[in-house]
Design a protein around this ligand. Structure first.
Ligand SMILES: Nc1ncnc2c1ncn2[C@@H]1O[C@H](COP(=O)(O)OP(=O)(O)OP(=O)(O)O)[C@@H](O)[C@H]1O
Ligand SMILES: [Mg+2]
Length: 310
């Protein structure tokens, strides 16, 4: 284990030792959704992505299944899918069947800007959908600095913010659907002035519940803002079943990671650290790489999603 890896594990251990007792009894409880409103039904627009062009920027390419990134993402996915209960320890798939019982909302965040949240969220979603054929929804919930559209070469379009403002909009009709893979992309939508206030609204709460329960088999990957920039990520942590906390290896100060993780686990104890851009072997990884820590190494089994009443 490298010094950075040990530091990561120690941060989690210390944080959980402090907060685990208090948070252990958090119970999963989802608000009933008012389905009576008339929805504007439709389907997301069908698109193709230019994987070849994207791979030049380090993104997952379905044609390159044995490169460093594909191998690393595979290891990350396996552990993540086990943690949320989608994979048994034998490696066998155990699909979620009952709405409300699934643990399918995965929040990707980090301490501060530019540490690889969007990069990680996109690669995770691509890899789940294209390699494993798992139904996946990728959401840009970084309303202050949305980047998913730009990275994927997609135009401005209605999205998350529009649905929060108008609950009559059918969120499942927004965004884009890949032609050849079970991936839907929900963009940020209209420009938001104060995202934190938005995420605190009843409409946002209902929307996250809807997104989670609409399809029990679907994994939802949420690209969130950094924890120390504003309170958005902590607000979003309420709705997540699992939080992937990206740490930029050899760069993010340990004290800042500890402060951010402390804030998160006060709200949701299911936090896993993921090292981004860490060096593997003598030459280091070309596109960066991932090491994944989960709290089972520091504490016990994952707890349920906290009450959205918070
Ligand atoms: N492992 C990696 N290998 C190669 N490039 C990477 C890696 N991780 C991140 N990058 C690149 O670093 C830049 C910052 O990453 P990214 O936008 O994902 O960070 P972020 O945490 O989402 O930032 P923000 O807080 O501004 O949203 C991007 O250009 C991204 O493509
Ligand atoms: Mg980002």
């Amino acid at each position: 284990m490298s010094v950075v890896e040990k530091a990561g594990a120690n941060v989690l251990k210390a944080a959980f030792a402090k907060k685990d007792k208090k948070n252990k009894k958090d119970k999963k409880k989802r608000d009933a959704v008012d389905m009576t409103a008339t929805r504007q039904m439709g389907e997301p627009e069908k698109i193709d992505l230019d994987f070849e062009a994207m791979s030049h920027h380090g993104f997952y390419n379905p044609q390159e299944r044995s490169n460093q990134l594909a191998l690393e993402m595979r290891a990350v996915k396996r552990r993540l899918l086990r943690r949320i209960g989608y994979l048994r320890s034998s490696g066998e798939r155990q699909a979620f069947r009952t709405p409300g019982k699934q643990r399918n909302m995965i929040l990707v965040t980090s301490t501060r800007a530019g540490e690889g949240k969007t990069f990680t969220a996109i690669n995770l979603a691509l890899s789940l959908a294209l390699e494993d054929q798992i139904e996946t929804l990728l959401i840009d919930a970084d309303l202050s600095r949305p980047k998913i559209r730009e990275r994927l070469g997609l135009p401005e379009a209605a999205g998350l913010h529009d649905r929060i403002l108008d609950p009559k909009i059918d969120v499942e009709s927004l965004g884009w659907r890949l032609i050849d893979a079970p991936l839907t992309i929900l963009p940020e939508g209209a420009r938001a002035e104060r995202p934190t206030d938005l995420f605190a609204t009843a409409s946002a709460q209902d929307m996250w519940t809807e997104l989670s329960t609409a399809n029990p088999q679907r994994l939802v990957i949420i690209d969130a803002p950094p924890v120390l920039a504003a309170t958005d990520a902590v607000m979003l942590a309420k709705y997540a079943d699992e939080i992937v906390f990206v740490v930029e290896a050899n760069s993010t100060p340990e004290a800042a990671v500890a402060a951010a993780v402390d804030e998160l686990i006060d709200i949701n104890p299911n936090v896993s650290l993921m090292l981004n851009r860490c060096q593997i072997g003598a030459g280091g990884a070309h596109y960066g790489s991932y090491e994944y820590y989960d709290r089972s190494e520091a504490a016990s089994a994952p707890a349920g999603k906290p009450s959205s009443e918070g």
